[in-house]
Each structure stands twice: as structure tokens, then as C-alpha cells.
Design a protein around this ligand. Structure first.
Ligand code: SF4
Ligand code: FES
Length: 275
């Protein structure tokens, strides 16, 4: 497939957030695919929030039009832009299959994984907006600095804590006890939940849903002995009590984790000291 790029026209359209749009790297599709309307392929325009600190101190929107197939995901379209139109476009991805959690971004105003978002489900008749997740410093284009997110994660001690170093026997657990924290074992640390939380946007100090989910995973593990310590950490003014039960986190989670429910269970454990 080859893609022909039209020259920049420099229109001054306003995009979401009020930033100007560099209009467009609108690509005229010159490949043979464009001549076969019944092959199911279609043109899609991505309106991407760009930030290239080495060139420009301010962020702006830029549009790219690419040819896509019915089964393509947003990640495929981003690859087409990067590999065929503008190699400077920067984003994270690794597994491309919803496992590594590295490509969370804000797509049409909602946090999702680019590798799990099918273009056909994103209303491709209109430009699809693609932005970095909110609440974390933007490093370049769609890449944010995840360090504040991982600092909160580390603070809740996301590892098994036991009294002895060497177990004399296997640490056994009943299926019922295992089921208590099954949901929260599914977290892939993508930050979609934390960066969709208005409390986190307003106050970067809040631990955020992901750290609480990962504390939950160990607090309710019958083999773990660090639950009281973790509850003490999350009893902080920037801990679970900052949650306003808005449910953005649950809606954003690509793993289907009931994030708000997990936060409620941690709050309850803090009051009852039963876990
Ligand atoms: S709880 Fe869900 S949204 Fe939050 S970091 Fe884990 S996988 Fe991502
Ligand atoms: S690239 Fe790994 S989750 Fe999307």
C-alpha cells in the first residue's frame, strides 16, 4: 500500500481543547485499494494531539487520513501514519493484543487501549480524536510520564508480605478465598482508570484507582499478612477517601475490572478491619 500526502494547507480550525489544528496532513489515498469500493476498506481521518517539545513549545492538533480495513484497530491506523506519513509521530505500544497495557490513550474523549479499539466502532465517518491520557505530564505526542502513576503503585506494596522468609510447605488457598480477589488480579497497569478520574486530574497526589485495585489484590489474599499496613497507607488524606464513586474508572478499564467495587471493598475493610 502506498499513500500520497497532500501539502499542508494551514487552516485555523479549532479542535477540542481550543488548540489550533494544523490542517491537514490530509492524505489522498493513491493505492489501488481506493479503486475497489467493495473490498470493505474505507478512509478514516485521525485528529491527533501533537506535542513535539524539540520543535514547538505548544501542543496542537494534526489530521491524517489513511485507508483502513474493517478489521483494523486504531493502533493499525497509528502505525500507518507513523510508517508511511510521519515518522515523528510518537506513541507507546508493545503487545498489540490488550495484554501489556502500554497503549492507553484518550480516543474520542474516552480512555481505551488503541490495540483494542476497532476503527469501525469509533464512528469513522467523522475524524477520530486521539489524545494522551489526562493527568500525567506529556513527554511527546501520545506518550506521558508514567512515573507518578507507578510511584503510587509502589507505595501500596504490590507484593505478597508474609512473616517468614522460607515457607515450610506450600501456601495453600481455597477456591473461595482465591475468588475474593480474582477480579483485581487482571490489572495490566494501563492507567486508563486513574487517568479518567476527575479527582486525579485535579489533584495529582491522589493514589488513584489503579493503586487501590492493586492494594485490593493483596489485602484480600488469605496468604498475605500486610493488609493492615496497606490499609493504613490508603487511609491517608490522598487515599481511598478521595474517591467520589464517579465510576469513570470502571467504565474505562479495558479488562472489565469492577474498579469502583474494589475501592468500596477497601473502604469497608478500613472501617470494619475485616478482610
Ligand atoms: S484497573 Fe483496569 S484501567 Fe486500571 S490500570 Fe488496571 S487494567 Fe488499567
Ligand atoms: S499494545 Fe499492549 S495492551 Fe495494547
Amino acid at each position: 500500500m502506498s499513500t500520497e500526502i497532500a501539502p499542508e494547507t494551514g487552516s485555523a480550525e479549532q479542535a477540542p481543547g481550543g488548540a489550533p489544528v494544523r490542517e491537514p496532513q490530509a492524505a489522498a489515498v493513491a493505492s489501488g485499494r481506493g479503486e475497489r469500493p467493495d473490498d470493505g476498506s474505507f478512509d478514516v481521518t485521525l485528529r491527533i494531539r501533537r506535542y513535539l517539545p524539540e520543535k514547538d513549545a505548544t501542543a496542537y492538533w494534526e489530521e491524517f487520513t489513511v485507508r483502513a480495513n474493517r478489521t483494523d484497530r486504531l493502533l493499525d491506523a497509528l502505525h500507518t501514519v507513523k510508517w508511511e506519513i510521519d515518522g515523528s509521530l510518537t506513541f507507546r505500544r508493545s503487545c498489540a493484543h490488550g495484554i501489556c497495557g502500554s497503549d492507553a490513550m484518550r480516543i474520542n474523549g474516552r480512555n481505551r487501549l488503541a490495540c483494542k479499539a476497532l476503527l469501525k466502532d469509533l464512528d469513522p465517518a467523522k475524524p477520530i480524536t486521539v489524545e494522551p491520557i489526562k493527568g500525567l505530564p506529556v513527554v511527546k505526542d501520545l506518550v506521558v510520564d508514567m512515573e507518578p502513576f507507578f510511584a503510587s503503585y509502589r507505595e501500596v506494596m504490590p507484593f505478597l508480605i508474609t512473616g517468614g522468609n522460607t515457607p515450610s510447605a506450600e501456601r495453600r488457598q481455597s477456591p473461595e478465598d482465591r475468588a475474593r480477589y480474582d477480579d483485581t488480579t487482571k490489572c495490566i497497569l494501563c492507567a486508563a482508570c486513574t487517568s479518567s478520574c476527575p479527582v486525579f486530574w485535579n489533584d495529582g497526589q491522589y493514589f488513584g484507582p489503579a493503586a487501590i485495585v492493586n492494594a485490593h489484590r493483596f489485602i484480600f489474599d488469605s496468604r498475605d499478612e500486610g493488609g493492615a499496613q496497606r490499609l493504613e497507607i490508603l487511609n491517608d488524606k490522598e487515599g481511598v477517601w478521595r474517591c467520589r464513586t464517579i465510576f469513570n474508572c470502571t467504565e474505562a478499564c479495558p479488562r472489565g475490572i469492577e474498579v469502583t467495587k474494589a475501592i468500596q471493598e477497601v473502604k469497608r475493610a478500613m472501617i470494619t478491619r475485616a478482610f
